[in-house]
Design a protein around this ligand. Structure first.
Ligand code: APR
Length: 233
């Protein structure tokens, strides 16, 4: 499945494109591009340090938990590709999670290229644990940069039976193109979102509503189906 900011919204983490979204207050060019970082690193560090603190203060919700529980019930069959940089999937108990856009809980050294677990602010320009240089940046994929693990993700999506898209506007590629790969491969596709996308033709099912309601219900349907007790939902 593919998840986005909407799955963490009910945990108090802001989405991007809602009327109260992050991109209402911050220009993408200023805080989510390499050029913006080069122009004003202090501004960018302040932005991600604040988000790192907010993510740490948040708790996984019923949607995160439902996916972790489903993964337990069908071991090895659930892979979460998340656009989110928070760690709520992992804190809910999910172990197979790929962060296609990076993680707040990681720092990237611009001198030696190492990625390392990171929980504190970066604004103070702390030294890299590997090379000692003070050029650590948030390990987040900015616009214009290559995303993480794309080949691995495409390979997995091309083999999946079910592909759920949860809590994302589908505004950003390549993440938004994954449903086409899944549909092409014959997977059953579902959109679980608060709002419908403009184009839902690639989805076999569209379930609108808050993720804390739709995801547990959808996961329960799958489990029943797997247990051979009637259809989904
Ligand atoms: N339950 C389900 N869906 C929700 C909820 C909720 N409680 N709240 C909001 N949503 C839906 C909205 O309807 C919207 O379609 O989540 C979506 C959030 O969309 P965006 O704010 O665009 O976030 P996302 O799709 O994750 O953004 C993709 O864009 O800005 C970049 O790198 C950033 O990873 C991010 C990417």
């Amino acid at each position: 499945m593919l998840t986005g900011a909407g799955i963490s919204a009910e945990s108090g983490i802001r989405t991007f494109r809602a009327s109260d979204g992050l991109w209402e207050e911050h220009r993408i060019e200023d805080v989510a591009t390499p050029e913006g970082y080069a122009a004003d690193p202090a501004l960018v560090h302040a932005f991600y340090d604040e988000r790192r603190r907010a993510a740490r203060a948040a708790e996984p919700n019923a949607a995160h938990r439902a996916l972790a529980e489903l993964a337990e019930r069908v071991p090895g069959e659930v892979l979460i590709v998340t656009q989110n940089i928070d760690d709520l999937h992992e804190r809910a108990g999910s172990s197979r999670v790929i962060h296609i856009h990076g993680e707040l809980g990681s720092a990237l050294c611009e001198a030696c290229g190492r990625r390392m677990p990171w929980t504190q602010d970066l604004a103070g320009r702390p030294p890299c644990r590997a090379c000692g240089e003070r050029v650590l940046r948030p390990d987040v994929v900015w616009f214009g940069e290559a995303v993480y693990a794309l080949d691995e993700i495409f390979d997995a999506v091309a083999l999946c039976e079910e592909f759920w898209v949860v809590g994302t506007s589908g505004a950003v590629t390549p993440a938004a193109s994954l449903v086409a790969v899944a549909a092409e491969a014959g997977a059953r596709t579902a959109l679980l979102n608060l709002e419908a996308h403009d184009d839902v033709r690639l989805f076999d099912e569209v379930v609108l509503g808050p993720a804390t309601e739709t995801v547990p219900a959808f996961a329960a349907g799958i489990s029943r189906q797997r247990d051979g007790v009637g259809g989904r939902g």
